[in-house]
Write a protein that binds this ligand. Structure first.
Ligand SMILES: [Zn+2]
Length: 167
């Protein structure tokens, strides 16, 4: 799933629990694996150096640059939208941490490639185990629409749920 979707979902979840920041950030981190379990579309990783499935030696080439630009733009878009749509006075840091925690598992995949040691090995196995085996790679329009729907649902939950005083 894109980092934008993960970031907004994590920020939305964290924003629901301002009184419990550690629980909020843990829930945002856990949301990554649950969202990955849903069959989804994702952009391809071009560089074998940062593709966890290949884990090739580091090679600084055009593919790596293109990946860094794509992944960087995705992460910045997610953090930016999360702040724009979910940050409220006093909860700025919580929203940033929620978004960051939700995209952290994918960053830790890259760490695993370079440092394949515990606890990264177990986390990588869990990440792969949770990840949907079916994907929508061949159906990008449906895949993007589904992720936009998920983003909208999380934004709606973050806006509506606090009014019911259930948390
Ligand atoms: Zn992931």
């Amino acid at each position: 799933m894109t980092l934008t979707t993960h970031a907004i979902a994590g920020a939305a979840i964290a924003s629901l629990m301002p009184a419990h920041p550690y629980l909020a950030i843990s829930a945002a981190f856990a949301s990554h694996f649950l969202l990955d379990a849903i069959p989804h579309w994702d952009y391809s990783i071009r560089s074998d150096s940062i593709n966890p499935d290949v884990a090739a030696a580091m090679k600084f080439d055009g593919a790596l640059l293109a990946d860094l630009l794509t992944i960087g733009a995705d992460a910045i878009l997610g953090l930016g939208l999360a702040l724009l749509l979910l940050a409220r006075p006093g909860h700025f840091a919580l929203v940033v941490c929620g978004a960051g925690a939700a995209i952290l598992p994918d960053a830790l995949q890259f760490a695993y490639i370079r440092f394949p040691r515990e606890p990264l090995v177990s986390l990588q196995h869990f990440h792969c185990w949770m990840h949907a085996s079916r994907d929508l790679r061949k159906r990008p329009v449906l895949g993007l629409a589904a992720q936009m729907g998920l983003i909208f649902a999380f934004l709606l939950i973050a806006r509506v749920l606090p009014h019911f005083d259930v948390l």
